[in-house]
Structures are given as C-alpha cells and as structure tokens.
Design a protein around this ligand. Sequence first.
Ligand SMILES: [Zn+2]
Length: 426
Amino acid sequence: MRFALESLFKRIDDLRDDVVSLTQDLVRIPTVNPPGDAYTPCAELMGERLRKAGFDVVYERGVGTPGDSDKHPRTNIVARIQGSRPGPCVHFNGHIDVVEPGEGWTKDPYGAELEDGKIYGRGTCDMKGGIASAMVAVEAILQEGLDFPGAIEISGTVDEETGGYGGVAYLAEKGFFSRPRVDHVIIPEPLNVDRVCIGHRGVWWAEVKTHGHIAHGSMPFLGDCAVRHMGAFLNALETELYPALENRHTEMPVVPEGAKQSTLNIASMHGGLPDNFNGLPSSLVPDLCSMILDRRFLIEEPLDQVKGEILAILDRLTKTRDGFRYDVRDIMEFEPTLTDENAPVVRAVAEEIERQFGRPAETICSPGTYDQKHIFRIGQLKDCIAYGPGILDLAHQPDEYIEVDAMVTSMKVMASATLKLLNENA
Ligand SMILES: [Zn+2]
C-alpha cells in the first residue's frame, strides 16, 4: 500500500497542470446564484469528463425546487464508478454555484488567471478548485490502475449558497446520500488544506415586523410610528440579548475564535420611504417596519430556546409599550451538525493530513452552514466532513483565489483517504 501511494502521489504531482486547467474551465462558467445561471453547462463539463474517465453519469434536475425553471434549471450531476468487488462507497460532493462577484476586483472574476501559483476568480476557492481537486484525485487512482472494492462517487450540486434545496437536499430526498448507496462523504469546501471540518453551527433566519398607524407627518401624534416600535425592539436586543449571547460559548471547535459564541446579525432593517429614496419625501408616519435576523446558534442551545428568547422580548414589549404589535416569519432554520471525531472519514483524512504536513490535523467546525446538514438530516448519514483546499476567509471576497500547491496537497490527502476508507471496511 505504501509503495502504491508513492507512485500515486507522483502521478498527482504530474497532474498539476490538469487540475489547474479543469479549475479554470469550471470557473469560466459563471454559475452565479441567485438566479442560478449556467448550471447545465457546468454540470455537463463535469459529467462529460467523468464519463470519459469511466464513470456512470446521471443528471438530476431539482424539479420544482426554489428557483427552478426552464430558464434556470437546477441541474445536478452524480457520477459513480464501481470497484472490482463489493465494498463501501466514498462520495465527494461539491456545489457548483457561486455568489455574485460584487465590487472591488482587480482581476476578471471569470478569467481564472493563473499568477504566481494562484488561480483568481469567483468560485476558485469556494469551491470549484475543491471540485477539480476531488475529480483529478480520483482520476489519478483510476489511471494508476489501483484495484479497489466498493465504489467512488463524485457529485456537482446546485444552490448551496441559497440553502441547497435544489441540490443536496433534493438528491438526499431521493436516496443519493443514504446507506447502503453511500458510506462516507467528503465535501471539498475551502476550509484550509490542513484542517478537517466536522460540522457547523445552527442558523435561524427570521423576519420581524412591527406595525403602526399611518398619519400625516406633521401630526405624528395622530399616527403610531412602526420604526419607533422597532427601535424599542432593537434597544432590547442591544441591552439584553447581545450581552447574553456573548457569554454563551460552545464546546464545538468552531473557527474563527469569535464564532465560538452565539451570534446575531441584523441583516437588514427597513421602514417608511423606499430604499435609495432621493426626491421629495411624502409626509407620512410609517405604519410598517421590518427587520431580518440572522441568528447563528450553538449545539448547546435548543432551537426553541433560540426562538423563544426573541419572542419573549417581543411579547414583553406588547405588554409594556402602548400600541406595540409584531409578526415573526420564519425564513430558514437548520440545526447544528457535528460528526464524531472518531468517525472513519475523520480519522482517514486526519491521518493523511498528518503524514503530508508532519503535524496533527486541526479539527474544526465552520461558523456558517454548508450542505452537510442535508446529508445528516435527510440522508441520515453521519460519516461526513468538509475537507478541501482554499483559504476559508477568501470565500465570497473580491480577488478570490486558490493556491495550486494546496490543491495538489489536498488531492494526495483525498486520494489516500479514499483508498483507506474503501479498503478498511471491505
Ligand atoms: Zn461553499
């Protein structure tokens, strides 16, 4: 096995240019989400290449999922190759969607320029570089002619950036992420090449609205200002909830340090005249104010407590503040996930990281969620991690890049861990 690995690693070094050009090809297809552009050509690029490498390839459109239409089909690709005899299945899953480029780029966001060992572009790090690394790592195993039991799967899925409903969640509902089809899942998200990510915090998105009563702005006493009611709620968050959250710490190894506690982001707030208003305002007392909350919670916090403490503040204001009326709309909620540190996929990847770097792998959790939640909850598959090249902090930033060296190292870790996982339970 050791001898076979030396030769495999040599081949992976030789495939350096190949993984660069595959990453560039993927990045040059602008799969921006929302709205979900160019999913089909991107999925087909993966599918055609994997079919040539010997995989059976299926395309699964997330029909009827949010955003799916003939103009923007939610096209997923799943590829599978069988080994020489029965055994477990290792699955690599990556999301093909990227967030919009935004402002501040000095490079072409879809140019995929290679400069000083880095490829620049939207989605290089999050996470087309990771997808390309997984694909070429598995191709290297096949090119070496290494005999393996079980099966290897690679999927490219959509909509991770908007909740994953048309992607991993859709496929998980159809059994693509459950035993006996799949045993171990590695998601090559950019979490740094020497770390294993075993889970993430929970998330609750909600919209809070306060209601008032419209009146002429010169006689506000005849109305009831919804923005002032929201101000009272905001004040309670500042004085009560924020200090409480700062004191709640998790045992989960979340990075960065600031995310080891419970957090709340006020993602937007709106009341009165429309956004970007520039003209003469009409003289009105706003009768509606809305706020979007992005609450990230810890595995130690039950979701009903997370919601309950916000509802308790709103209920108290209803009792103590004249005219206070509110609604809360749940937008999205996902529980935290945490894979056992001794799970096979964690051990296999951590061992190879240690061999590559000469020091133990760091075990971490992600501050934000990713598709692992659907694999856990819908697929009921707990042997799942995120591991891949790319620096977490660069995701969604201008001049996002991926280092080619990190991709090559991650390919060695992924290839070696795959062989270990396939052989140890066969
Ligand atoms: Zn990602």
